[in-house]
Ligand binder design. Structure first.
Ligand code: SAM
Length: 350
């Protein structure tokens, strides 16, 4: 058995995987070793999540943001970006389109928009629950315990809040005015309120090392997240990191694969960023390296272009027929069917 094979087995079996083992595996760059890592992850995905690819639909309902994240095109210093906020009717119309495809999870995402009062989002969650048989996932950033509790009571089942990086000093250098500890506290609050909780990271941030990324994967395992989104950094031209290179696709795929191997049954999307980074759709590669979820965008077309986290993201035509043919292509390329169940968490013990 080679060292790579031995370490793959060791991190798979370990209750507390060793950070140095993960770092070694992340550093493997030969095609043979990388495909060994992807293949191992694909087997673990098959064993713990099955063959079905879960579908989620995202509605990006507000692009207003108070934060200044150094990598994100929505940051408040981007004064060139026209901002929008959807009405409740527009959100419900988007979910109607999503439901027509049989999708049973809506992700309501926005920048950190404090003009969107907690009670307004609560009313929207209630309206969604009344009209549609869907799980509601929120992704609206850091809010108070009271806001989170209000939304949970209104029926939202899931929440996504990426840690972005678990290295505190890197985190704080990229998120001026924000606190790493506060983000961790928010994640703990969400878990304690009974949300199926998702986190995740960006791969290829300026100053990020393999040792830090290995630490991220150990953090994922320790915290038993229900969902983990891992995507490459894509530079946005109106941010501090405009001149930095894109995150490496192979490294992103290795992080995804090793996350699958250590967390086993977390839901892992083949992220939109993986589909937006290159000349071809690397979501397919993600699905073959441990991912089991795909997210489609149902933000109304005229607004989707304005939710410009990074360039190239808004390129969707939002038409049901073209989504059907896109899904057929993904299914043909992976040889796996789509799963139209709600896709609740598979993580049992917390
Ligand atoms: N405001 C919410 C929050 O902070 O969780 C959700 C919206 S935020 C725009 C969604 C995600 O976009 C972030 O968690 C981050 O990982 C990702 N993102 C932003 N800019 C990016 C970039 N340039 N490259 C890759 N991912 C990016």
């Amino acid at each position: 058995m080679t060292k790579t094979e031995a370490l793959l087995h060791r991190i798979y079996e370990a209750e507390e995987p060793d950070r140095a083992d993960i770092e070694y595996l992340l550093s493997r760059e030969s095609p043979g070793e990388m495909s060994m890592i992807f293949h191992f992850a694909d087997e673990v995905r098959r064993e713990y999540s099955g063959e079905g690819i879960l579908l989620r639909g995202i509605v990006e309902f507000s692009s207003y943001c108070v934060n200044t994240c150094a990598y994100c095109g929505l940051n408040r210093n981007n004064i060139l970006l026209p901002r929008y906020r959807l009405s409740q009717d527009e959100i419900l119309e988007s979910i109607t389109q999503m439901s027509a495809l049989g999708i049973k999870t809506v992700v309501l995402q926005s920048g950190e928009d404090y003009c969107m009062e907690a009670v307004l989002l609560k009313e929207t969650i209630e309206a969604v629950k009344e009209r549609f048989d869907v799980a509601v996932t929120l992704s609206v950033g850091e809010r108070s315990v009271q806001d989170y509790a209000l939304w949970r009571q209104a029926g939202a089942e899931r929440y996504l809040l990426k840690i972005e990086t678990t290295d505190q000093s890197l985190y704080e250098s990229l998120h001026q005015g924000m606190s790493f500890q506060h983000r961790i506290d928010c994640l703990r609050t969400l878990q304690s309120l009974g949300f199926q909780t998702g986190s995740g990271t960006i791969i290829g941030l300026k100053g990020q090392t393999l040792a830090m990324i290995a630490g991220d994967i150990v953090f994922f395992k320790k915290n038993k997240f229900d969902m983990l989104g891992i995507g490459p950094f894509i530079p946005h031209p109106v941010t501090e990191l405009a001149k930095e290179p894109c995150g490496d696709v192979n490294l992103t795929l290795k992080v995804l694969a090793l996350t699958r191997i250590v967390t086993k049954n977390a839901h892992l999307p083949a992220t939109t960023a993986l589909g937006s980074i290159g000349e071809r759709d690397f979501k397919i590669d993600g699905l073959c390296a441990g991912a089991n979820v795909v997210m489609l965008n149902f933000t109304p077309r005229k607004y989707a272009q304005l939710y410009e986290i990074y360039p190239g993201k808004g390129n969707h035509d939002g038409l049901t027929a073209s989504y059907r043919s896109y899904l057929r292509r993904l299914s043909d390329a992976t040889g796996r069917p789509f799963d139209l169940s709600r896709g609740d968490s598979l993580v049992q013990s917390r």
